[in-house]
Design a protein around this ligand. Structure first.
Ligand code: NAD
Length: 344
């Protein structure tokens, strides 16, 4: 029976994978530690290794996994910016979960937006303290506002549907616009200039790193609201902080943070946060931060577990997986459709 080791396994994930462990089809082992060059030796004897967004899969880790005979690396997430795919090519096959519940992330983005705009987080704390004053809680209608969506893939499109339900005027930017849809595409610059709210839904690549930067600030409408549920490094955090301090950015709704790797997903209460930028952002009254939880619904966790296990089954037993990430073709989605075979 093939052995699979899950790094950085949290209780809610173990719960979702438990039925597969009980079926006895694979030998599943769960490890609390993140995958790093220091913990990679734990993969000895495993056929497959399963990782999440903040595990490190750099060249050093890949070499250790290969030396240990690991044949498949399964990401139990969609994004794969933490994997050195170029180094993995020819050494270890890598799969991801391209889609699980786009609604989970899109709905979380809207939850953050509504919470921020209607001050729900502040009202909740007030009424718990028997403070029923409404002063300082004035929000604004979403209806009729222009929202700019960057990235119109699965999550971006689910988010657009939600926004349309609210009567918002949706514009979008995508490097690869969908050819025959009803999405009103504009340039990124126009999106920055005309949006009342901006939401990021594109992957983190060399192209998109700091897509929102210091140069973006002069383009923005004063008071714009920024939502990032995609990957932290799409937004230059220092530029974001400057924009907030200069009163250009009216509010920020963040589920991801550039340097979240060593901080998110863990209980740090009682510890001092060494990251000054994060500490300053959290201290701002108009910043709402969740700890990369947009994916965290029962439906999404079950779908992630199902596809991850199918990916291991396909790669280790059937020879190839539709969800293999191919470094060479660049457009991974196109590759999957056209090749229908192993990447190497
Ligand atoms: P997707 O592949 O379906 O869509 C991504 C879209 O981004 C595509 O339309 C693509 O053409 C577009 N794109 C690519 N490069 C671009 C560029 N340079 N500029 C503008 N657009 C570009 O992916 P998805 O399922 O919609 O997920 C989007 C992202 O959301 C993922 O890459 C991941 O980083 C993030 N995500 C976050 C969470 C969370 O819990 N916070 C969960 C899942 C996914």
């Amino acid at each position: 029976m093939e052995k699979l080791i899950f790094f950085d396994a949290k209780p809610y994930e173990i719960e979702a994978f438990r039925p597969y462990a009980e079926q006895g089809e694979f030998d599943l082992r769960f490890v609390d530690a993140r995958l790093t060059p220091d913990t990679a030796p734990l993969s000895a004897g495993a056929d497959g290794v399963c990782v999440f967004v903040n595990d490190t899969v750099d060249a050093a880790v890949i070499d250790i996994l290969q030396k240990n005979g690991v044949r498949a690396l399964g990401l139990r997430c969609a994004g794969f910016n933490n994997v050195d795919l170029a180094h993995a090519y020819g050494r270890i096959h890598v799969t991801h979960v391209p889609a699980y519940s786009p609604y989970a992330v899109a709905e979380h983005a809207m939850a953050l937006l509504l919470t921020s705009v209607r001050r729900i987080h502040k009202a909740y704390l007030r009424t718990r303290d028997s403070n029923f004053s409404l002063s300082g809680l004035v929000g604004f209608d979403l209806h009729g506002k222009t929202i700019g969506v960057v990235g119109t893939g699965r999550i971006g499109q689910a988010f657009i549907s939600i926004c349309r339900g609210f009567g918002m005027n949706v514009i979008a930017y995508d490097k690869y616009p969908k050819p025959d849809g009803d999405i009103d595409y504009v340039s990124l610059e126009e999106l920055y200039r005309t949006s009342d709210i901006i939401s990021f839904h594109c992957p983190l690549t060399e192209d998109t790193r700091h897509l929102f930067s210091r140069q973006t600030l002069p383009l923005l409408k004063r008071g714009v609201i920024l939502i990032n549920t995609s990957r932290g490094a799409l937004v230059d955090s220092e530029a974001l902080l400057t924009g907030i301090k200069d009163r250009i950015i009216g509010a920020a709704c963040l589920d991801v943070y550039e340097e979240e790797g060593d901080i998110f997903f863990e209980d740090r209460s009682g510890h001092i946060i060494d990251d000054d930028t994060l500490a300053r952002l959290i201290s701002m009254p108009n910043v709402l931060l969740t700890s990369h939880q947009a994916f965290l619904t029962r439906e999404a966790l079950d779908a992630i577990a199902k596809t991850t296990m199918q990916n291991f089954r396909d790669l280790l037993r059937n020879g190839f997986s539709e969800n293999e990430l191919c470094y060479r073709c660049g457009r991974i989605d196109v590759c999957r459709r056209e090749k229908r075979q192993r990447c190497f």
